[in-house]
Design a protein around this ligand. Structure first.
Ligand SMILES: [Zn+2]
Length: 266
């Protein structure tokens, strides 16, 4: 029997930047403000809690000039999740803004694609342009977890649990994957960086951090195909997600939204 999930998007940081930074072919005006948000996500059913990505530390934020609003791991408490008790964490890819803080999940199994582990420890990392988005401490961190038997590998598309599926796309990184969850309104896709911003897909204008442009565009298409509609796609860095979906409570407005619920009318 399948399970139905509540889905939380928790915003923990931002980066003020211009449109030119977010698109391969910068739109006009390319110097218009176009900030991005940083999120972690949680999938909660009656029997199971799965965390999707683990965010970055304050130190990482400072070294890269990002605005760090709150600790992404501590923020899980806002929706009733104690990181110390979490048993399953999906790492969509190991870029610094998605795969830090692993040591904060002492009971977790980390789910990752074979190709991501190969990519971040392989020949491509000889090139600064490709290793720039990885943090060596995080890369060593996931290898440490592997040696503690806490890493589960996935190869392509797999059912993780009833009502929760994993999908490899590549493109942004070689092992990039996204998560799809069954909710009361159908299949919702937590795209992570398989689709950074709505406009990357709608304008067919991908985000410029990329290993393979064609795979990234095909990945957008796969995200859209596996979601039950355009409103069922949750991009990985789009500030509009916070505007579109309802907060679980008044005091969490601007911090957490429920993306298993329908968006507001806008
Ligand atoms: Zn990212």
């Amino acid at each position: 029997m399948t399970e139905t999930y509540k889905l939380y998007a928790i915003k923990y940081g931002t980066h003020a930047r211009t449109a030119a930074r977010n698109f391969m072919q910068p739109p006009d005006p390319h110097d218009a403000p176009y900030p991005i948000d940083y999120y972690v996500w949680a999938c909660v059913s009656q029997t199971r809690t799965v965390v999707v990505d683990t965010g970055f530390t304050k130190e990482a934020a400072e070294s890269r000039g990002r605005d760090w609003h709150r600790c992404p791991v501590d923020s899980l408490k806002l929706v009733g999740i104690d990181a110390a008790e979490v048993t399953d964490v999906v790492i969509t890819h190991m870029h610094y803004d998605h795969g830090g803080n692993l040591d904060r999940f002492p009971k977790a199994t980390f789910h990752i694609q074979d190709q991501e582990m190969a990519h971040m420890t392989g020949r491509h990392m000889r090139y600064p342009v490709l290793r720039h988005s990885y943090d060596i401490e995080d890369v060593c961190g996931i290898v440490r977890e592997l040696y503690k038997d806490r890493v589960e590998f996935h190869d392509g598309d797999e059912d993780l649990f009833p009502g929760l599926t994993l999908h490899h796309v590549g493109g942004h990184t070689q092992g990039m994957m996204f998560v799809r969850a069954w909710t009361e309104r159908g299949w919702v896709v937590l795209a992570s960086d398989a689709m950074h911003l709505y406009a990357n897909w709608l304008d067919r204008n991908p985000y410029p951090t990329v290993v393979h442009i064609g795979d990234m565009l095909e990945g957008h298409r796969k995200v859209a195909r596996l979601a039950d509609g355009p409103d069922h796609v949750i991009p990985g860095h789009d500030p509009r997600v916070m505007d579109r979906y309802p907060a679980p409570s008044e005091d969490l407005k601007g911090i957490v939204v429920r993306v298993d619920l329908p968006p507001h009318g806008n």
